[in-house]
Design a protein around this ligand. Structure first.
Ligand SMILES: Cc1cc2nc3c(=O)[nH]c(=O)nc-3n(C[C@H](O)[C@H](O)[C@H](O)COP(=O)(O)OP(=O)(O)OC[C@H]3O[C@@H](n4cnc5c(N)ncnc54)[C@H](O)[C@@H]3O)c2cc1C
Length: 382
């Protein structure tokens, strides 16, 4: 079989790359080891937090904005909503990272946000058992992404535009040659001009030598102590990131149609550096739940602190917490190293991957996510 481009891994980044390449009329084949929208990688669990004022790097704002624009355009065609902009709270002490980071990021992004004093915060959001001195930045443009529906929509749109998709097909080898690339699976061998590898936590298995490390990050859902309460619906309990005085914190959002109240712990027990196929998918009462449940019980008295659902997941860390998106070779483009904040950017990253593959000028600066940035720094210092 022969094609122009093969995209390997149809999770968040790869499904978007497939869509954006197909939208350009490129002859493209997508290969996914599992089902489309499966729960075994990094892009499941129904929701992800969305914002354009990105604490992680100012260069991410144009990518989040591009994602929002592309999803809005896609939603107008499909009649679906992929991002719910119900706002988000960045809470903590006045010097905490969510508060100072959100203020700085909003200024850099030109995003209008509101400062909430302790009293305003507690009057408007009584669900929170605030610590002394807690204040917040309210970001009305933020919200949540709907994860699996978005991945499925990317792939469906790509197929509508002419892409060929092979789910349940594992790539076992990529041979780069001077005149192209051969992608091998147990059932298929595809010749192409270029390959785009977006294998998430498995990226390092297909493209060795990248400084990537999978980290286990199970997800948990809760329910109000009073099941009739509306206080923890998304519209009343929007997305939040909260840093406590001891440096730990919680993130999450309220429930909606098809998803529950989601709360995660920042700074809890971390397991990283394993082979992604060896991810421990069991949930342990002591290691995974005890600290989170105690924090939820303290922070939100109206929630039952015992989680009602848990799903294992993982992120892929890079040394500086930024993605690796770019060209590795004339025939090889990669995207990975999501570092736990990639979903909100995935459509924008897909657009960048399509531009890099077709040799268009990228719509934004990509130097801070260049996969060769460490090599470039070393060479500069020599
Ligand atoms: C608990 C948690 C919370 C998060 N919170 C947020 C958030 O609030 N906001 C945000 O923006 N982001 C968040 N993220 C990060 C976001 O989910 C990830 O950045 C994103 O899902 C990464 O997508 P990916 O395409 O790199 O990986 P994946 O979606 O895992 O895609 C990789 C795909 O490659 C496939 N694959 C691997 N090897 C092969 C092979 N050999 N052959 C064929 N296919 C292969 C896999 O099956 C998989 O489908 C969170 C992540 C987690 C886990």
């Amino acid at each position: 079989m022969r094609t122009d481009v093969v995209v390997i891994g149809l999770g968040a980044f790869g499904s978007a790359a497939l869509w954006r390449l197909a939208a350009r009329g490129v002859d493209v084949v997508g290969i996914e080891r599992q089902a489309i929208g499966h729960p075994l990688g990094s892009s499941h669990g129904t929701t992800r937090l969305f914002r354009v004022a990105c604490l992680e790097h100012p260069g991410l704002t144009p990518i989040a904005r591009k994602s929002l624009a592309l999803w809005t355009e896609l939603g107008e065609r499909t009649g679906e909503t992929y991002v719910r902009q119900t706002g988000s709270l960045n809470l903590g002490g006045p010097g905490s990272r969510p508060v100072t980071g959100a203020r700085k990021a909003a200024t850099a992004a030109g995003a209008a946000v509101t400062e909430l004093t302790h009293d305003e915060l507690s009057a408007r959001f009584p669900q929170y058992a605030l610590e002394d001195g807690n204040v917040a930045i309210w970001d009305p443009g933020a919200g949540i992404c709907l994860a699996e529906p978005t991945v499925r929509a990317h792939v469906a749109e790509a197929e509508r535009l002419g892409a060929t998709v092979y789910p349940h097909t594992m790539v076992t080898g990529i041979d780069l040659r001077s005149d192209g690339v051969t992608v091998r699976t147990p059932t298929l061998e595809i010749e192409a001009d270029q390959v785009v590898v977006c294998a998430g936590a498995w990226l390092g298995n297909l493209v060795p030598g990248l400084p990537l490390s999978p980290r286990r990050t199970p997800m948990f859902w809760f329910q109000p102590a009073d099941p009739e309460s509306e206080a923890f619906r998304l519209e009343n309990f929007p997305a939040f990131i909260w840093e406590f005085a001891d440096g730990r914190g919680l993130w999450g959002h309220g429930s909606g149609d098809g998803f529950g109240v989601k709360v995660g712990l920042d700074g809890g027990r971390q397991v990283s550096g394993f082979d992604a196929d060896e991810l421990d998918r069991s949930i342990r009462p002591l290691d995974d739940i005890a600290e989170l449940a105690a924090a939820v019980g303290r922070a939100f008295p109206g929630l039952d602190p015992a989680p009602v659902q848990a799903i294992p997941c993982m992120v892929t860390e890079s040394p500086d917490g930024q993605f690796l998106v770019g060209r590795q070779d004339e025939r090889l483009v990669i995207a990975g190293g999501d570092s736990g904040h990639g979903f909100k950017h995935c459509a924008g990253v897909g657009e960048l991957l399509a531009q890099l593959t077709t040799k268009e000028t990228p719509y934004t600066d990509v130097s801070f996510i260049d996969p060769n940035r460490w090599t470039a720094t070393t060479q500069q210092h020599r």
